[in-house]
Design a protein around this ligand. Sequence first.
Ligand code: NAD
Length: 459
Amino acid sequence: MPATPLPIVNPATGTVILRLVADGPREVAQRYAAARAAQPAWAATPIRKRIATIERFRAQVIARAETLAETLTQEVGKPIRQSRNELKGLVARLDFFIAESARTLREEKVHSEASLDERITHEPLGVIANISAWNYPYFVGSNVFVPALVAGNAVLYKPSEFATLTGRHIADLLHASGVPEDVFVPVIGGGATGAALLAQPIDGVFFTGSYATGAKIAAAAGRRMIKVQLELGGKDPVYVCDDVDVRAAASALADGAFYNTGQSCCSVERIYVHESIHDAFVDAFVAEVKSFRVGDPLDEATYIGPLTRRAQLDVLRAQVADAKRKGAKVLTGGTAIKRKGNWFAPTVLTDVDHSMSVMRDESFGPIIGIQSVADDAAAVEQMNDTEYGLTAGVYTTDAGRAKRILSQLSAGSVYWNCCDRVSPRLPWSGVKHSGMGLTLGTMGIQTFTRPKAWHLRAA
Ligand code: NAD
């Protein structure tokens, strides 16, 4: 079979940074065999030694942070300050895993009577595949490979084809930190390489990406009785009540919608505003968006960079055209920006409703629809009217009102007076098309193990 080229393209300029070759089925099978052979010795290594490799990895990330941030910006287009923020956030996640893993994975004695003991041990799954996304490669990758390694698994890690260089950095740093090369194994390439990885007799697949690909992964794994975890897309709503500081809420939500150029799984994708403050909120929101600096992602002042994937320009153009045809108003943006690379102007739409794709389908770009609602009940109904359920939030000064609203929302994470936020201490999960399973929190450590039940009778 001819080798598949894997050009690494800078999305800000359209220029090729490097030309690589994707791993084909033969290389993938070889890597799998090596990982399978290496996993038992890794599982037998004391957990404190496995954790020590992550401590050294943490030190390496801090020491190389600027180089790592520049690579991320060059291949993904993430504005440089946001690349640095991602690396800072990575360190905080590593701290959580370093602090919590040994306690979370230790043997538990759950019952003891006369000569009978009942215990639980947390056994590694074995060899797992981690098929990852590009938008936060350090976050979504480390949520999986760090606890998986600490728990004693070998990891076949396929970074997104749009974050290959970052994936190679991660592998180099882990290997330099003492994780054996056959225990953390990068597999490089796009969808075909991912499919070849899935065809190996792995013990689990941990996927981050779109619903469309997630559904293919679930179908491919379905008859094999292996663990399948899917962290997928969202259409995350926020409701702004009539009692808020309008300017502060508009500023926070503009950041929640446009940070990372709108390419976060938990970006705010729909905003519902109480009708009594709708116009004031929209004015403040549009002013904020117009103040965003669009430009070279390596420039310190840049807040909005290019889209990572060129194909997404068509999705955004189609959403704007559909919305306009059905009566929406474009208050700013609405078109691609004419320059080399993948650029779309920050876009705010009003007079939107749920007949429009922009309020139903994941946009994953610098675009937002703002809809007026009559009351809290209408807001809840609109927020739950979606195939997705990753996050949902409310802005209000009234704690009781917030709790009443959030308790009715069908989402993995709910926010009061905050948005676009992930905590290493809380489980990260989605409902409906946003996925199944979870990462982060102590449950997100145990998820890389299977419980083994011990019934021990002394006589
Ligand atoms: P994607 O589905 O296009 O690709 C994800 C990964 O799957 C890539 O590594 C890709 O090479 C691989 N892949 C593609 N086809 C495959 C196949 N047939 N078999 C095996 N692997 C295959 O998604 P993306 O563009 O990388 O990421 C964006 C999506 O990810 C958005 O929908 C976003 O919301 C979602 N996301 C979710 C979370 C979360 O935590 N829920 C986090 C980040 C991103």
